[in-house]
Design a protein around this ligand. Structure first.
Ligand code: NAD
Length: 416
């Protein structure tokens, strides 16, 4: 029987250990990196619309700040756990490190289904969460952003609450804000755009032609939909998409723009005109050139990795592939662009937003996209070269580059 663990913390620790062992760094490096440096667990009382008080559980995990202030999103989801938040904060450290941002990693979460709250309740919860963690965040300390279940509006409420606490305007405390309130152009599309860029680079390395490529996308929220729109812009053909409600297929191609309109109207990709229904599992094992994973963790495991027929997997989601599945995919010759690189576009443009807020700049969308492309393509090339040199997969090479940066920063700071 498989002993595969689906606990994201255990998975993150395995990924770090593997890279530390290949790098040959002291045991103390792994000991430091295998857990966050600080975790805050909070209880948030919220007055509901009927006058009752409901108490929500929340977390903020700050993994490592050797390279700079910590950075990472806030997730509102009923399945949030402390281990998940810890793992996500660890992945943030290595995501920032791999593309060379001056940040460490953090992540926050509240155990809640935001869809079950009214707008007013959601606002009170968002403000309550920020009051609970205000003492450990700040533009020079820890800078939150949106993640699953949160959005630009929620970030605006949170910054407003933080401003009341500190007594001045501090837009750089949180990124992913609305454009009118210090947000950056290009931020909403950044993660999906980056996923498409990384798929393009992988296609080049495999000597394939992007124009002939077929694509399947799991998850059509912020990341999946913008990946779809950018992939279409780059010339690829999307033939299958799924979300939590089900999937759709059309071998002649699915128009991403029209599908976004359909999802905005109906809330799901299902029943999109001209498509036939498919299951989530059928999509994951479909014969396509590129499989974009843009939903949640643990989608490709030892149970289905052998059935994957895609040539390239591009991980828009965090942690969608388990280490056991990684091994199987590597043996099958599937080219995996790992999450810490593939979905780094979000934190890169968050970094641009922070820089613009601190300096009172306002960059154009073109400037943002060009800077993002340069950072991500450079990171892809360094990882690819290292992977070839050490004969390891792209994920291990990405961790090696990132852990080396964090290690060197810890060393010069006298931590080791
Ligand atoms: P989202 O909530 O906007 O979209 C999630 C999508 O996945 C939805 O279409 C949902 O229906 C679908 N989904 C959920 N469970 C599913 C399941 N079991 N099977 C199939 N589809 C399912 O979230 P998002 O912001 O697009 O984030 C998606 C992933 O990308 C998460 O892992 C997140 O941590 C990661 N990520 C997001 C960003 C960002 O900027 N939004 C940045 C980096 C990483």
């Amino acid at each position: 029987m498989s002993t595969e663990s689906l606990n994201p913390l255990v998975i993150a620790q395995k990924q770090i250990k593997k890279a530390c062992d290949i790098l040959g760094v002291e045991e103390s490096v792994y000991e430091l990196l295998k857990e966050p440096m600080r975790v805050l667990e909070v209880s948030i009382p919220v007055q509901m619309d009927d006058g009752s008080i409901k108490v929500f559980k929340g977390y903020r995990s700050q993994h490592n700040d050797a390279l700079g202030p910590t950075k990472g999103g806030i997730r509102f989801h009923p399945d949030v756990t402390l281990d998940e938040v810890k793992a996500l904060s660890m992945w943030m450290t290595f995501k920032c490190g791999v593309v060379g941002l001056p940040y460490g990693g953090a992540k926050g979460g509240v155990v809640v289904n935001p869809k079950e709250l009214s707008n007013d309740e959601l606002q009170r919860l968002s403000r309550g969460y920020i009051r609970a963690i205000a003492s450990i965040i700040g533009p020079e300390k820890d800078i939150p952003a949106p993640d699953v279940g949160t959005n630009a509006q929620i970030m605006a409420w949170m910054v407003d609450e933080y401003n009341k606490i500190v007594g001045y305007n501090s837009p750089a405390v949180i990124t992913g804000k609305p454009l009118i309130y210090g947000g950056s152009k290009g931020r909403v599309a950044a993660t999906g755009y980056g996923v498409a860029l990384m798929a393009r680079e992988a296609v080049k390395r495999l000597n394939m032609d992007f124009k002939d490529c077929t694509v399947a996308i799991q998850g059509f929220g912020n990341v999946g939909s913008h990946a779809g729109l950018s992939l279409k812009r780059l010339g690829a053909k999307i033939i299958a998409v799924c979300d939590v409600y089900g999937g759709i297929y059309n071998e002649k191609g699915i128009d991403a723009e029209k599908l976004v309109e359909h999802v905005n109207k109906t809330g799901t990709v299902c029943n999109f005109e001209g498509t036939t229904p498919i299951t989530n599992e059928e999509l994951l094992t479909m014969k396509v050139d590129i499989l974009v994973l843009a939903a949640l963790e643990n989608q490709i495991t030892s149970a289905n990795a052998n059935e994957v027929k895609a040539k390239i997997i591009c991980e828009g989601a965090n942690g969608p592939t388990t280490p056991e599945a990684d091994k199987i995919l590597s043996e099958k010759g599937v080219f995996v662009v790992p999450d810490i690189l593939a979905n780094s576009g979000g934190v890169i443009v968050s970094y641009f937003e922070w820089v613009q807020n601190l300096m009172n700049y306002c960059w154009t969308e073109k400037e943002v996209e060009e800077r993002q492309e340069i950072m991500m393509v450079n990171a892809f090339n360094s990882i690819y070269d290292l992977a070839q040199q050490y004969k390891v997969d792209m994920r291990t090479a990405a961790y090696m580059i990132s852990i080396k940066r964090v290690y060197e920063a810890m060393k010069v700071r006298g931590w080791l």
